[in-house]
Write a protein that binds this ligand. Structure first.
Ligand code: NAP
Length: 295
């Protein structure tokens, strides 16, 4: 199966920048669009075409990848006279890798189907370091043959592609995985707060976890410095996990399912967000736990 070479990439943020650079490194003919033009400079320097609008980008591309914040950002790049969809004739491919809601993704899949556009629902698991190292895990929804056709494109950004089923299965799986990350982060934050409240050094928690093979989890090591140093420069910003937790709860409510622990994690994230920490790393949820104690 021939691999499409002309890839348009929209959304050169924390994740998208690294993913697009990996496509360039893998030899694809990458064109880019980003709302804030300044972020395209290094791509222009690397010989990539920089499109002035999403529509212009779509005209240059066999497939367009989106890696933007949320459904509002997707609407901004897909819809309207300058949006991607205005330029797509039948046969093009849209690969969304942002984390959206299952509802939004299902509606987008339907819209693409009607327009004769192939749609791949491919959010990613892994944060900025995994994006930089091309070691993301790609959770793929859509037509299986179409996912296979884009395997080389996806593997230029990730170590593995997990096929989940027709769209929005990729997004559904992504929310299940992020539910665990939200709760693991909350668990680390609460455990460290309880340690401090008992005059214990929270580093002892991480030492114990590392010594126990059943609990020695890579994610704990990844967040260790954030929690111990209370330093929260963003790898995965709180605002994105809060969005995802709200997608999880909305989806659960629609399915008449209770997720009480996720609801508590969402409430803690909301508190942190209201304190102005939305752009900091998710691990910043430790601050609202300890700040009231200090006041
Ligand atoms: P980010 O750094 O905040 O970047 C967001 C991107 O979306 C930027 O390119 C931004 O453009 C663009 N954007 C936002 N609003 C827009 C609008 N209205 N119109 C056009 N473009 C708009 O986000 P990120 O961390 O890369 O995450 C991107 C997606 O991946 C999110 O859905 C997130 O949940 C998901 N994700 C993130 C991680 C992670 O660890 N960070 C891991 C897995 C999945 P500007 O440059 O103009 O602001």
């Amino acid at each position: 199966m021939s691999v499409p070479r002309r890839i348009g990439f929209i959304g050169l943020g924390r994740m998208g920048r690294a993913m697009a650079l990996n496509l360039v490194k893998a030899g694809f003919q990458v064109a880019v669009y980003n709302r804030t033009r300044q972020r395209t400079t290094e791509f222009a320097d690397a010989g990539c075409e920089v499109a002035a609008t999403p529509r212009a980008l779509a005209k240059l591309s066999d497939a367009v990848i989106t890696m933007v914040s949320d459904p509002a950002a997707m609407d901004a790049v897909l819809e309207g006279p300058e949006g991607v969809l205005s330029a797509f004739a039948g046969g093009n491919t849209l690969i969304n890798m942002s984390t959206l809601s299952p509802d939004y993704t299902a509606a987008l899949a339907r819209k693409c189907h009607i327009a004769g556009v192939n749609f791949l629902d491919c959010p990613v698991s892994g944060s900025k370091p995994a994006a930089e190292a091309a070691k993301l895990v790609i959770l793929a929804g859509g037509d299986k043959a179409a996912v296979e056709k884009y395997d080389k494109v996806l593997k230029a950004m990730g170590r593995a592609v997990v096929y989940a089923g027709p769209a929005p299965a990729g997004t559904a799986l992504k929310l299940c995985v992020n539910l665990i990350i939200a709760q693991l982060t909350t668990a680390l934050a609460e455990s460290a707060a309880l340690a401090e409240a008992q005059a214990l050094d929270p580093a002892l928690i991480f030492d114990t976890l590392a010594e126990n093979p059943a609990l020695n989890c890579g994610y704990f090591s990844l967040k260790k410095d954030n929690i111990l140093k209370k330093e929260h420069s963003p790898a995965f910003p709180l605002k994105h996990m809060l969005k995802d937790a709200r997608f999880m709860l909305a989806e659960a409510a629609r399915k008449k399912l209770e997720l009480p622990v996720t609801a508590a994690a969402e409430a803690l994230m909301t508190r942190a967000s209201e304190l102005g920490y939305g752009d900091r790393d998710l691990s910043v949820i430790q601050l609202p736990l300890t700040e009231p104690l200090r006041r």
